[in-house]
Write a protein of this length. Structure first.
Length: 203
């Protein structure tokens, strides 16, 4: 079956979900077909609730994309994510690629292209369409650490309940997700071309 190659007037619907976390933490976002991988990095950060405190990479087929200035010796073999657009790389609904954030905690995200359709008049991109559950806290120790945090938070008698609340800065609900708030976090991405002037790159 022939697949039409997307144009700049198209929109991608992407489902982003964390691997190895149950119940599932996921977001469904819409982004323009001309979205660069660097901009998609920010879409994922904002929609999921991360804080861009660590390095990241996309894995698409046999290629890895990120910010090569963080790999000056070329040891990681990164291709430059700046200027590489979604429609240059992927144009088949159902295609799956990966996004890894924080190489210590190793947060692996599956990204599935759910649909590609023409831009709708009056709709702003990127936006968050659906989702479930709160983003894990930064630096919590990956999936095992996240599970420990959730177990402690849910049980007031847990010996680490109070210390985790202090570390989190107060009450935290792992089941909470506000789709309107996620879309609001994405709004600056619809207005700005130079993202690094607004959000500094990861150290």
């Amino acid at each position: 079956m022939h697949t039409r190659r997307p144009t700049a007037k198209d929109v991608y619907v992407l489902e982003i979900s964390l691997r190895e976390v149950e119940p599932r933490i996921w977001r469904c976002v819409s982004v323009g077909a001309d979205t660069t991988l660097h901009k998609l990095h920010w879409v994922i950060q904002m929609a999921m609730g991360w804080t861009n405190s660590h390095l990241h990479q996309f894995i698409i087929g046999n290629e890895r994309y990120s910010q090569p200035e963080h790999d000056p010796d070329g040891e990681l073999g990164w291709r430059n994510e700046h200027g590489v657009r979604l429609r240059d790389l992927l144009w088949t609904p159902g295609a799956v690629f990966s996004y890894e954030y924080d190489f210590g905690d190793d947060w692996q995200h599956n990204i599935v292209i759910q649909a590609i359709y023409p831009r709708q008049e009056g709709e702003t991109y990127p936006n968050c369409r659906f989702g479930a559950r709160a983003c894990p806290p930064e630096d919590c120790g990956g999936t095992p650490g996240y599970e420990r945090v959730v177990a402690a938070i849910r049980n007031p008698r847990h010996p680490e309940h109070g210390s985790y609340l202090t570390w989190l800065g107060g009450p935290w609900d792992p089941d909470a997700f506000d789709v309107a708030a996620a879309t609001e976090r994405l709004r600056p991405l619809a207005r700005r071309r130079s993202l690094d002037r607004y959000w500094p790159r990861a150290p």
